[in-house]
Design a protein around this ligand. Structure first.
Ligand SMILES: Cc1ncc(COP(=O)(O)OP(=O)(O)O)c(N)n1
Ligand SMILES: Cc1nc(C(=O)O)sc1CCOP(=O)(O)O
Length: 531
């Protein structure tokens, strides 16, 4: 181990933890590591669980000799003696390994010491004890290590909480456990604290060690990290397209999107409740999209490859496996995901299901009524009655802004005035008609309209951004979808043949089909609040 007093600055962006048992047949350990180094691995941890000390030391020495040619530091898992004897850059400690304070005394001042953390308390303790970096995990289920004990998987939400505790401390953080080239962008995007503190890297074992092409896998992970960092460096709310929103600009964009939807005809994949399926498909068609209501888990990968939008409305809370798979595949294909957590505050089962879905995939938009948004925001202010809300928020703008920051997505609070935010700007839309409250599924078809517009906006986006989970300005798309539905509702309610909710519904479908950019421009009631 280097006896310098100066600690080297480590790039944690792509952290390879070794696992020789995972190597594909015919691939040698050092060949795999070298290919991974050429692909962009920036730190290597030697993790050996089943070897005697002499063999561990030999593997460590070989790994260090190879990595030094790429100027990449090597960390030793658990074993302080092996770290000292091999001259490795540092050690990685688990919660039940030797206490950090003692390890610090045993190792030279230049040693890099990392600690595994699963809870916020672990993270705070690691900071207090002077860790250089932490491994946050397990983020997802993994076959590489037994994480079946309760509390071993922290999930995206747990990692976010830990990152909040690390902000301003200088302690670096990597996410570990089930992270791979398919979910890395979603992981990086999701693991950002509500104040904007993000991961410094990702740690992977099987994705690289078991790959027949470690170079290609490491390159993909490294490039995704780079693209994401570039997107993040554009601002604290990097999940959004930073723009100065004005009333006129929003109305003009919404008007343009009316025609865009009809031109690009997005596939609007909906996993929605039984009460509103036909209605939702008709709304999609009337707007100019192409609906598909498909909920079997086995078909989600194929459907996600078709550009468009995905709506997950868990109204009757079935088809959960389909919902899990649909969102994961949509994220992998960078398709917008609109989540409508119907009645989330009504039962603990609904709350747990929402948490499970939100850990598995990243929503682009969360939409809900006051009770649903309140339940997700852990607010007691608005009570639920089944799937309906009783009352509203004193400061609705603050609620949507804060929830958007927590979940790194657009949040829409629907009601007589609709509030939507990307965590920074809040847009208030005041179109619509009271009769919407007399038909079933008015909120559900609003989700459909939003998924249709988000799908179209992502297809039509002129400036693809590789580091972002979705292309296009989703705040504008949500505003446009909301305006399309509420303005059509206003026009339908004003028709002379409409005498009540029964005659309103077909008139609404007609008005959606006839909606013109001019009607949106002339009718939209928009207010914008910037911070
Ligand atoms: C970067 C990183 N994070 C977490 C771990 C897990 O370490 P530990 O808790 O000591 O468990 P084992 O790896 O020893 O099974 C890690 N190794 N690296
Ligand atoms: C070594 C390790 N530590 C974990 C933790 O949660 O602390 S999960 C894990 C294994 C990660 O392997 P893979 O990238 O193959 O999922």
């Amino acid at each position: 181990m280097s006896t310098d007093n100066v600690k080297r600055v480590v790039d944690f962006s792509l952290y390879l933890v070794t696992g020789r048992n995972l190597l594909p047949h015919g691939k040698s350990y050092l060949t795999c590591i070298e290919e991974a180094l050429r692909g962009g691995v920036t730190v290597v941890q030697v993790r050996e669980k089943e070897v005697e000390t002499a063999e561990f030391l030999e593997i460590a020495n070989d790994t260090i000799a190879l990595c030094s040619r790429y100027n990449v530091p090597v960390i030793i898992n658990d074993r302080i003696d092996v770290a000292l004897a091999s001259g490795a850059a540092g050690v990685h400690l688990g919660q039940s390994d030797m206490p950090l304070a003692i390890v610090r005394k045993l190792l030279p001042p230049s040693a890099i010491i990392g600690v595994s953390c699963t809870t916020r308390e672990h993270a705070l303790k690691a900071v207090e004890e002077g860790a250089d970096y932490v491994g946050l995990g397990a983020i997802y289920a993994t076959r590489t290590k037994d994480v079946s004990a309760p509390g071993s998987v922290c999930g995206i939400a747990g990692a976010r909480a830990m990152l909040g505790a690390l902000e301003g401390t200088g302690v670096k953080a990597v996410a570990i456990g089930g992270v791979n080239s398919k979910n890395v962008l979603r992981t990086l995007h999701g693991c950002v604290s509500s104040t904007g503190h993000a991961l410094d890297g990702v740690a992977v074992v099987s994705d690289i060690m078991a790959s027949p092409e470690p170079y290609a896998t490491a390159s993909c992970l490294a490039q995704t990290f780079c693209a994401w960092s570039a997107a993040v460096s554009r601002g604290p709310a990097a999940f959004l397209v930073k723009a100065q929103y004005t009333r006129e600009g929003i109305a003009a964009a919404a008007a343009t999107l009316v025609d865009t939807v009809r031109r690009v005809r997005p596939l609007v994949h909906q996993i929605t409740n039984n009460v509103v399926k036909t209605q939702s498909a008709n709304v999609t068609l009337a707007l100019g999209g192409s609906p598909i209501m498909a909920e079997a888990e086995a078909e989600q990968a194929d459907l996600a490859r078709v550009p468009g939008g995905l709506l997950i409305n868990y109204g009757t809370v079935d088809a959960i496996d389909g919902m899990l798979a649909a969102g994961i595949h949509a994220n992998q294909n960078r398709k917008p995901v609109v989540f409508d957590p119907v009645g989330v505050g009504a039962t603990s089962f609904r709350r747990a299901t929402a948490a499970k879905l939100l850990d598995a995939w990243q929503p682009t938009v969360i939409k809900g009524n006051a009770a649903e948004i309140g339940a997700l925001a852990d607010s007691e202010e608005v009570k639920a009655q089944g799937v309906d809300s009783l009352g509203g928020f004193k400061d609705a703008s603050a609620v949507v802004r804060s929830l958007a920051r927590t979940h790194r997505c657009i949040v829409l609070l629907s009601g007589p005035t609709d509030y939507l935010s990307d965590g920074s700007t809040v847009i208030r839309l005041s179109n619509g008609h009271a009769i919407l409250g007399q038909i079933t599924g008015a909120g559900c078809v609003l989700g459909t309209a939003i998924a249709t517009y988000c799908g179209a906006a992502s297809i039509a986006a002129s400036e693809p951004c590789e580091g972002s989970l979705v292309n296009g300005d989703m705040l504008l798309a949500v505003a446009a979808g909301t305006l399309a539905l509420t303005i059509a509702a206003q026009r339908a309610a004003g028709r002379k043949e409409v005498r009540g909710p029964g005659t309103f519904l077909p008139a609404l479908i007609d008005e959606l089909a006839m909606l013109s950019p001019g009607a949106v421009l002339g009718t939209a009631t928009i207010d914008v609040e910037t911070e």
